[in-house]
Structure formats: structure tokens, C-alpha cells
Design a protein around this ligand. Structure first.
Ligand code: NAD
Ligand code: WQD
Length: 341
């Protein structure tokens, strides 16, 4: 019998790849998703990879009654991986209540039900956004967080605070907040990947859509930063590596001896790449010349950030296996499959 894990937001970008990783390590993922930011076609992709349709509850995780029914129906849940949230930084500035309602509301409902139903292990999706622009690089988990610059970022900080308070209250729920750096790439089958809504905000989907001819040109947001080539630096992590970190996080929590537990772990590669380096690597792996121009800085952008991943290595026994070229190659394969449809 496979051990069952509830995966909220399991039809989304990172969630769907984690469903594959769970399957590959012998777990059964039970998905809860309301498709607020995903498509049912993801289920076909998942079926193509794991050979069967994953179990799915189509509902809103802020709906306590519906979620209670899931917990009661799915007896023997071993833990929860909680991806469901809204994530568009700009939208969160214009519609803050939507973000507080969904991102905080879904976590609160889950925590209440986990306590009620005796489900102990929770892996939570946090973000390197909690660090803002750190003074010292690379950032460790001890690096002080900075005041969030958007309601989205604030929801991640508030969720971390809620989990920390829960530990202090001696709640039986044990949680790990994984602070993701920049997830990119796709499953190498090309059957699942990132499905941005409308014009992408993030670099990689904009790059691949430009190469595919969907966008005419990509603008590099600023080349006068204090970095070697003047463009911003990020830690880009392959989404399948990130997915594996969730399995390690769950397995770690499962062995924790303390009754009540909470900690944070960075999940990145430990290496930073500039925007121009990403473009060059993309051109190399795809063989495509990218039409780009240098433009103004994007307001709110962090100049440079990358992770110290010692804690993930030592505590979770996890490290990223894929480099930026592999990530871009997989992202490009996914884009080409999408363009064929
Ligand atoms: P995504 O939008 O692709 O996936 C989120 C999924 O959750 C979607 O399928 C959406 O339909 C679902 N969802 C949202 N609210 C829901 C609700 N109330 N009930 C049920 N389902 C709901 O996003 P993603 O990139 O896979 O991100 C997953 C998590 O990781 C999020 O919490 C996000 O904030 C966090 N994160 C993402 C990034 C990134 O760059 N992608 C970086 C750091 C952290
Ligand atoms: C990466 C780099 C841009 C697009 C965002 C969220 C953050 C986190 C991850 C969730 C930057 C540059 C981009 C373009 C460009 N999400 N760029 N031209 O800004 O690190 O973080 O996603 O928690 O909260 O803010 O990622 O992919 O948008 O940008 O030059 O058309 O690419 O300036 O340097 P970012 P990104």
C-alpha cells in the first residue's frame, strides 16, 4: 500500500511535478485543486507520466466543510504538501484581500483540520521573497528577513509566522517551510510544465515564448546593476529538483521526534546566474537566437540573490542535480510541445 499524501495545488506548476516525484518514490498523491490557476489538461500529462489518473478533489481549500470531508474520506493521510496559493506579485498589490483571503485562509483551514484529524506532517511552500535584498550573499536561513514589498510576499511571511507560533503553542503539527528560489524547467517528458496565464511575468516562460514566436521580443530589465554584467542575478532551480526536496522534507518530518516542530530550509542550487547568462545558456541549448533588448529596470526587482543550501544538504540530504542548461532544455521542450497543440 502506498502511503497517501494530500497535495493542495497539485495541478499547478510545482505541485504537478511533485505529484510525479511522489509517485516515483512510492507515495500516492491525493490532489486538491480548484483550477484557479491551472488547467485540467495537467491531469492528462500526469496520466501520461505516471500511468494513471491521480486522485483529485476539485474544491477550494479555504472551504473548511469540503476540506473536512476530504480528510475524513481519505483515512490514513501521512501528511500534507501545501502549494495552493495565489502567486502574482503585481496582482497582489492591486487585490490584497484576495491574497490574504486565499493564502492565509487555506493554511488556517488546513492546520485546523490537521490538528482535528491527527495528521502531523506539513510541507509548506515559502519563497526567497522573504529575504528581500539581503546584505550578505549567499543567503542562509539565519539571514534576517526584510519587510515584504508586496502583499504576496507578506502572505508568505505571515504563513511562516503562523507555523512558528504553532510550534510555540506545542501543536502536534510538525512543519517545514521550504523557501524556494526561482523554479524553472519542466518534466523531461515534455508532458507537464509551467502554464503561465496571459503574458508571462517570469523570465523563463517569456524567453521560451519569444523563441517560439509567441512574443516578438524580450526586454532585459536593466543592465546597470552592481553585478558583473550589469543584469540581475537569481538562483534558478529545476522544478524536478524542487519536487524531490518536498519528498525529502516529508521524510525528514516523518522522523522528527519532537511533538511540535517547525523549521525553514532554502531550496536552490547555491549558484547565481545573471539574466544575460540565462539568455546565452538558452541560445546554446536551443540553437535559437533570442530577440532581446535592454530596457529599464523593473520596479521592485531585487538586484541579486542566491541561496546557501548547506542546510538542505545536511538536514534533508538533498541537493540539486540539474544545472541551468538542463533546466532550460526541459523548459524549451515543454514550450515546443505546447506550441504544437
Ligand atoms: P501555481 O499557480 O502553478 O499552482 C498553484 C495551484 O494552486 C494552482 O493549480 C491553483 O489552481 C491552485 N489553487 C490556488 N488557490 C487554491 C485554493 N484556494 N484551493 C484549491 N486550489 C487552489 O503556482 P506554483 O508556481 O506551482 O506555486 C506553488 C506554490 O509555491 C505557491 O504557494 C507559490 O506561492 C509558491 N512559490 C512559487 C514560486 C514560483 O516562482 N513559481 C516561487 C516561490 C514560491
Ligand atoms: C527573474 C529575473 C527580472 C522577465 C518572482 C517573484 C518572487 C518569486 C519568483 C514566488 C529578474 C528578469 C524577467 C523579463 C527580465 N515567486 N526579467 N525580463 O523577479 O526573481 O521573482 O518569481 O514566490 O516572489 O517576485 O523572477 O522570473 O520575474 O525574474 O529581464 O521579461 O529576470 O528582472 O532579474 P523574480 P522573474
Amino acid at each position: 500500500m502506498r502511503r497517501k499524501i494530500l497535495v493542495t495545488g497539485g495541478a499547478g506548476y510545482i505541485g504537478s511535478h511533485t505529484v510525479v516525484a511522489l509517485h516515483n518514490t512510492g507515495y500516492e498523491a491525493v490532489i486538491v485543486d480548484n483550477f484557479a490557476n491551472s488547467s485540467k489538461s495537467v491531469l492528462d500529462g500526469l496520466e501520461g507520466i505516471i500511468g494513471r489518473r491521480p486522485k483529485l478533489y476539485e474544491l477550494d481549500c479555504t472551504d473548511r466543510k469540503a476540506m473536512r470531508e476530504v480528510f475524513q474520506k481519505e483515512k490514513g493521510l501521512q501528511g500534507v504538501i501545501h502549494f495552493a496559493a495565489f502567486k502574482a506579485v503585481g496582482e497582489s498589490v492591486n487585490e490584497p484581500l484576495k491574497y490574504y483571503q486565499n493564502n492565509l485562509g487555506s493554511l488556517l483551514v488546513l492546520l485546523e483540520l490537521m490538528e482535528e484529524e491527527g495528521v502531523k506532517n506539513l510541507v509548506f511552500s515559502s519563497s526567497c521573497t522573504v529575504y528581500g535584498q539581503p546584505e550578505k550573499l549567499p543567503v542562509t536561513e539565519e539571514t534576517p528577513t526584510q519587510p515584504a514589498t508586496s502583499p504576496y510576499g507578506r502572505t508568505k511571511q505571515m504563513c511562516e509566522d503562523i507555523l512558528s507560533d504553532l510550534r510555540k503553542s506545542k501543536s502536534p503539527v510538525r512543519s517545514l517551510a521550504l523557501r524556494y528560489f526561482n523554479p524553472i524547467g519542466a518534466h523531461e517528458s515534455g508532458l507537464i510544465g509551467e502554464l503561465p496565464n496571459g503574458v508571462p511575468n517570469n523570465l523563463i516562460p517569456f524567453v521560451t515564448q519569444t523563441a517560439a514566436g509567441i512574443r516578438e521580443q524580450i526586454t532585459v530589465f536593466g543592465d546597470n546593476y552592481n553585478t558583473p554584467d550589469g543584469t540581475c542575478i537569481r538562483d534558478y532551480i529545476h522544478v524536478m529538483d524542487l519536487a524531490d526536496a518536498h519528498i525529502k522534507a516529508f521524510e525528514y518530518l516523518d522522523k522528527v521526534s519532537e511533538e511540535s516542530f517547525y523549521d525553514t530550509v532554502n531550496v536552490g542550487t547555491g549558484k547565481g546566474n545573471s539574466v544575460l547568462e540565462v539568455i546565452q545558456a538558452f541560445e546554446k541549448v536551443s540553437g535559437e537566437k533570442l530577440n532581446y533588448k535592454i530596457g529599464d529596470r523593473r520596479s521592485g526587482d531585487i538586484e541579486k540573490v542566491w541561496a546557501n543550501v548547506d542546510k538542505a544538504n545536511q538536514v534533508l540530504n538533498w541537493q540539486a542535480k540539474h544545472d541551468i542548461e538542463k533546466s532550460l532544455d526541459d523548459a524549451w521542450r515543454w514550450q515546443q510541445q505546447l506550441s504544437k497543440k
